[in-house]
Design a protein around this ligand. Structure first.
Ligand code: GLN
Length: 303
């Protein structure tokens, strides 16, 4: 399949669509990103790699990191993890507070902010040096050196009013065990990892390969857990747009407010699209359109 031609054909189609998306403003450092950037990378399990546009420029992966922190925590805690966080779609915004009070501080799933804060709390309990060990975990998956952007982490910390409300509410219900500031600091750092489309698609290939990193052949997570993480991505990866994304794109995936989207086609490939302008639900406007046309054109859905 000529992916290079497919990517440029789809790009030429979607660039005619008026992009009504807006770059994330609530994290001041993210508001400085050039809104016109656009990159794609697809990495196949059988070693083919295809790029388009700004695929080798670093961007803030933000909530995409929640899949990686979940993987780490799930491997450590096993099924006991689900006593503290659910696996149901939330149908609410990524930073919503509304369900959390009704549901007694147990977040709906690990990909909304509340759920990712609980996962961060678990890793703070379990790891000796969470920031260092998390980075080492990511580096072994992508086989290059990635790092945190300290500016982005600090920038988010300076105005994290909603995340502070979420974590305080969960602490009051007993679902945060560590010091709130320590957990938030770790959470902001993991969101502030910077990667290129190529690094990120390489990183996610273990979820297309039943939990095994194809570069090192190391088992990152067992097959059943890998399948379950994919199913959570399918149902919860796009907040209150998860149904529409599944309807249009048909692949498990995860978005971030840095404008990245990663999707996984089990047993075939992982793919990342980056375009910083976000739609009203906080997902990349052009990235979603690109993936919709891509899976329509190549018939690569899991269904
Ligand atoms: N760091 C961001 C936050 O907590 C991540 C949100 C996202 O990417 N959806 O708000």
């Amino acid at each position: 399949m000529d992916f290079n031609k497919i990517f440029s054909d789809i790009y030429n189609t979607i660039k005619k669509v008026e992009n009504t998306g807006k770059v994330a403003q609530y994290i001041p450092e993210l508001a400085l990103v050039d809104p016109e950037k656009f990159g794609v990378c697809l990495v196949r399990l059988d070693a083919g790699k295809f790029h388009f546009g700004n695929a080798n420029e670093k961007f803030s992966i933000q909530s995409i990191a929640k899949v990686l922190s979940l993987t780490m925590a799930y491997e450590i805690k096993g099924e006991k993890l689900w006593e503290r966080v659910g696996v149901e779609p939330s149908g609410t915004a990524f930073n919503s507070l509304v369900q959390l009070e009704y549901e007694k501080g147990i977040p709906r799933n690990p990909f909304i902010n509340a759920g990712a804060l609980v996962i961060a709390d678990i890793l703070v309990s379990e790891l000796e040096n969470p920031k260092k060990e998390f980075l080492a975990f990511v580096n072994q998956l992508c086989h290059t050196k990635v790092n945190y952007s300290l500016q982005v982490a600090e920038s988010e910390k300076s105005c994290a009013y909603t995340n502070k409300a979420l974590i305080n509410l969960m602490k009051s219900f007993g679902n945060i065990k560590n010091d709130i500031n320590e957990v938030m600091d770790f959470y902001f750092h993991l969101c502030a990892i910077e990667m290129t489309c190529e690094e990120l698609s390489q990183t996610f290939l273990y979820l297309a390969n039943d939990g095994v990193c194809p570069l090192s052949q190391k088992v990152i997570i067992d097959q059943s857990k890998s399948k379950r993480i994919n199913s959570i991505m399918q149902l919860c990866g796009f907040y209150d747009e998860a149904g529409e994304f599944s309807f249009k794109v048909g692949l498990p995936g995860k978005s971030g407010v840095g404008g990245g989207i990663v999707v996984v086609r089990p047993h075939k490939f992982s793919m990342v699209v980056w375009s910083p302008r976000l739609n009203a639900k906080g997902n990349s406007f052009l990235g979603t359109k690109f993936l919709e046309l891509f899976t329509t054109k190549i018939d690569y859905s899991i269904f």
